[in-house]
Design a binder for this molecule. Sequence first.
Ligand SMILES: [Zn+2]
Length: 331
Amino acid sequence: MVATGERESSCLICGGTRVRLVVRAPDFEYQCRAGEWELVECRACGHVFIDPMPAASDIGALYPSWYYTVNPKSPIYMEGPVVEAKMVKDAEGLSRQLGGRSIRSVVDIGGGNLTRLIKLKEVLSRDQPSPVEAVCLDLQFDAAVLSQAEGAGIRCVVGNVETDLGALRDRGHDLVIMRQLIEHLRDPRAALRQVHQKLSPGGVLVIDTPNRGGWDYRLFRRRFWGGYHIPRHFHLFSLEALARILVESGFIVERQACTPSIAFWIISLRNALGLNSIERGKSFWEFLNLKSLPVVGGFYVLDLVWSKLGGETSNQFVMASRAESPVNPST
Ligand SMILES: [Zn+2]
């Protein structure tokens, strides 16, 4: 029997069939299509997902040419000295967390703008006899990215993490990065199984993805939270749910933590204020963007202090290594 306010669907994490509505909202950021979408929560395990799941053939239309990863006019386009300094800092932090592991090949899946991978390659190549191999895998690359990649010694390969990683070597890569990607996938389990196959024994997978837990989430969860990113975030994992599917896909979870969610603060506020997030306009509030040092620094410090006090923030990070075979490869 389905209780009031509940309906039937299917949960990727636990197989539960009863869900309840979390939020119904339009595409505030890009207006890629008229109408509203719904995110629902599994009553059994709390996993949140879009319902109904968009068809694979409809996904391309959700990423217009003005999407933030490829649109320099976007208020959260990743460029400039503040962003670059943060990427170097993130790369150095990751390098420390990898400890003494030998990393000879790194793959950034869904790398988009290459800046992050370029910084990571530089940092990981320090104190190495030769530069590490760096591969960016994405659904497509434009000419500017290909030219930038050539200059930086990065190999760009076309592939789909859910269905086709044929361009990568089996057991051939020591580090795979999936930043702000897994939540966009229809079938994250399929992606994790594919990645498992491409990692070298003991190789490391690093994921970051939204977490429903920070103050930005608490303040804006009824409608405007940037982490919903409606209709492009298909799965919103709890820390437990992410750990669970990693283990079920053959990984050992080594480290898991919350991290600051600067972009979600900015987008939540922009959504609530009715600002256009395709490009910046003339509003007083346009200082809410990723190139503003006080804004980025302010939200970074706020989330960092809160997480040091033991609170959750709206981004999560997990580092997992390849166990020899998936626990349950048939699922
Ligand atoms: Zn569930």
